[in-house]
Design a binder for this molecule. Sequence first.
Ligand code: CO
Length: 299
Amino acid sequence: MYGGKDHDKAGEIANEVLKGISGKVKVGAQLAEVCEQVESEIISLGGQPAFPCSVAVNEYAAHYAPLFGDKSTIPENSIVKVDFGVHINGYICDCATTLNFNPALTHLEKASKESLRAAVEVVREGVTIAELGATIHGVMKRYNVNPVFNLTGHTLGRYTVHAGLSILNHDNNVQAALSAGDVIAIETFSSTGAGYVHDRGRPGIYAIVEPKNVRNAVARKILSKVYPERQTLPFAERWLHKIEGSGFAIQNALKDMEQAEVLLSYPPLSEQVGAMVSQHECTLLVEKNGFHVIGGDYR
Ligand code: CO
């Protein structure tokens, strides 16, 4: 669902953050600090994070939102995906870019970047998921890399990051088509590996699915703080430490809430160790004869 001025403003903020990203993402920088900087810049420009900023290094493809206390830094020769979202009144611009510090991976970076551009250029009412997938996969093949088969772009709804339709990054036979008025995020992932990601490590991202009360007092406190502000939009474990100091109590509360099906968790998604992943993403409005770019790195 397109939100007009609010949506375009979310896109402008996203583009502004993207412009400054190479000044923040540097070898030796702390992942958590990059996330904090991106999120606070979004807020200072008048938006809100639509979900926690993710900084995914090398084989990590997505959903790497550092946990509170994570001191890990950007290693030398790495390839780093920064994925963030901006929303204004629930209208979301979802975008991502890659910073590559490894000269041997230039082709991988180009594969995700050029496949995104190619896909954007065929967007119009009636284009099918099959056509988009073939366009993206075709570019990946030219660079001799795989798309990530189990990560997709998606439609965006108001206050909803994944609104139902998945935009596959590989050759497929899905005849579902885009409609004028759809807001979509196309996100292309290229991999030097087999092109499959799996859950790996403790989740740093959560979303409330049903705001019912649980016995745990810390959980009740989290719910009463987070739900009015976020509704069902994702939030970071890291953010909760401003509400409740102790990491142990927070971990227990999150566990209880997950068991009670109040929360969903999103663990980091990783390729096999040794495989490298690149990503580019932008958000578009589908129009009858083309598209309107809301924001993101697609050039
Ligand atoms: Co996305």
